[in-house]
Design a protein around this ligand. Structure first.
Ligand code: HEM
Length: 454
């Protein structure tokens, strides 16, 4: 699939605005539009976006080619540019040799041994949350599980990074992260984008959120530098990490960028996945009953939840994997060509944004039997290996694969086991859950549920 003399660009769907192309449709119903075009135009088509080139690839072989085989010819796509004012040169948004070096420095923080050390903290924080949920259960009132899951995952990620939590600041951090998520997507939908440095009302609001988050993070970095004592957490690992050749460490700005990236990437995604899981379980009592039975049997037999035993709750894991199939928290990833390329016999010009619609791969009848059904049995051990890595990819693919995937699975498995040990969750009567594709795939108005003690 290397660049050849072929000059035919992928077909462009004709249904579009004469001036704005597909921008309005993307804003109003991105998932519906992208899926509709895939059905009409097949494995590869062009999008019409003023001043930009866009192509959507919906064949797993093309996804693999872009994310893995020819990844050297690709940077991150335009969507990640809008994250740069927030994440700077952090792992998610940096490129090339700089990214490679940072990934190498940060990778040890996610090694098995490190995760093992974090397990007790995750269990302790999830148990602490049981009391909060219990207060709702006792009142018998409906509550939105999304902010609860956001606060819990924020609590866990902040303890992993800083040893201590940011309890007193959790609300402000959670709110600002949600706001920035909305700003980012709004910015992405603006046909003409003002640079982030120009003080438009929109940019000023975003700046205020970033400043608030910065003040929390810089204060903790400053305190750690002042103390001069290394702790057993991610921040100390980042402060102590040095380039092998030059011996130079990260300055405060780079530390801030990495911390903010891990904060954002490790919170928003997991809290959405957990909220979707609670919702799906409430809609499928037979799956819930099977999962609860597994949890009860294991715990009644005296099994303690720790790093090695957590995977014995096999069905819990399958439930989470299936939930991320139906509602992938990262619903699309994108890359941008450096030099011209060729995909599926089509010419792809330099600087083309190539979009990989994960939500489509996860929900297409091409790759799954009855994809509309919530069926964790698909991920049973004897079937799991047969699933194509580029059909099911909640954590992405290629070298930019999610660095926190094992962290996320561990954390989510622990939270689900601990919550369902004590509760069942029912959707509030008449409440409708609506999927909204922002940077992550969120339940638009949250998920109003009632917790019932088991
Ligand atoms: C359910 C939870 C999660 C999901 C679905 C998820 C998904 C993803 C995906 C799809 C990517 C690739 C993006 C791309 O290719 O452009 C990614 C990258 C990343 N994720 Fe996650 N993630 C999750 C949890 C986490 C956690 C818990 C952390 C950190 C503690 C984390 C940190 C990162 C970072 C730093 C990157 C950038 C990696 C790089 O480019 O080298 N993620 N994630």
């Amino acid at each position: 699939m290397s660049a050849t003399a072929t000059r035919t660009a992928p077909p462009t769907p004709k249904e579009k605005h004469w001036l704005l192309g597909h921008v309005n449709m993307l804003r109003d119903d991105a998932i519906g539009m992208l899926r509709g075009f895939i059905e009409q135009y097949g494995g590869i088509y062009s999008l019409s976006i003023p001043f930009h080139r866009g192509v959507v690839v919906s064949d797993p072989a093309y996804a693999r080619y872009v994310l893995l085989d020819n990844n050297k010819n690709y940077t991150k796509s335009i969507a990640y540019d809008t994250l740069k004012p927030l994440l700077g040169m952090g792992l998610l948004t940096s490129e090339g040799d700089f990214w490679k070096q940072q990934r190498k420095l940060i990778q040890p923080a996610f090694h098995k041994k490190k995760l093992e050390e974090l397990t007790a903290m995750m269990v302790e924080r999830a148990e602490h949350w049981v009391d909060r949920i219990d207060a709702h259960a006792q009142r018998g009132e409906a509550f939105d599980v999304l902010p609860e899951m956001t606060a819990l995952t924020l609590d866990i990620i902040s303890k992993a990074i800083f040893s201590k939590g940011v309890e007193d600041k959790a609300q402000v951090v959670g709110e600002q992260i949600t706001l920035l998520n909305e700003y980012t997507i709004e910015r992405l939908h603006q046909p003409i984008r003002m640079p982030a440095s120009i003080p438009t009302p929109f940019n000023r609001k975003a700046r205020k959120s970033i400043d608030l988050l910065d003040s929390v993070i810089y204060a903790i970095i400053d305190e750690r530098r002042r103390e001069g004592v290394s702790k057993d957490d991610l921040l100390s690992m980042l402060i102590d990490a040095q380039d092998e050749e030059t011996g130079v460490g990260m300055d405060n700005k780079q530390l801030r960028d990495e911390v903010m990236t891990i904060f954002l990437a490790g919170n928003e995604t997991s809290s959405n996945a957990l909220s979707w899981t609670l919702y799906l379980l409430s809609q499928h009592p037979e799956v819930e009953a099977k999962m609860v039975k597994e949890i009860d049997e294991k715990l009644d037999s005296g099994l303690q939840i720790d790093f090695t035993t957590v995977n014995e709750f096999q069905y819990v894991k399958q439930v989470i994997e299936e939930s991320m199939r139906v509602h992938p928290p990262v619903w699309m990833v994108g890359r941008r060509t450096i030099e011209a390329d060729e995909i599926g016999g089509h010419y792809i010009a330099p600087q083309t944004n190539v979009l990989v619609p994960i939500f489509y791969f996860h929900n297409s009848t091409k790759y799954w039997e009855q994809p509309e059904r919530f069926m964790p049995e698909r991920f049973a051990p004897d079937k799991r290996n047969a699933i194509d890595r580029y059909v099911y990819m909640p954590f992405g693919g290629g070298p930019r694969f999610c660095i926190g995937n094992n962290f996320a699975m561990l954390e989510m498995q622990i939270i689900i086991i601990i919550l369902y040990r004590k509760f069942r969750f029912r959707l509030k009567e008449g409440f409708e859950v609506v999927q909204e594709p922002l940077v992550t795939l969120r339940p638009r108005d949250g998920v109003q549920m009632v917790a019932e003690r088991r």
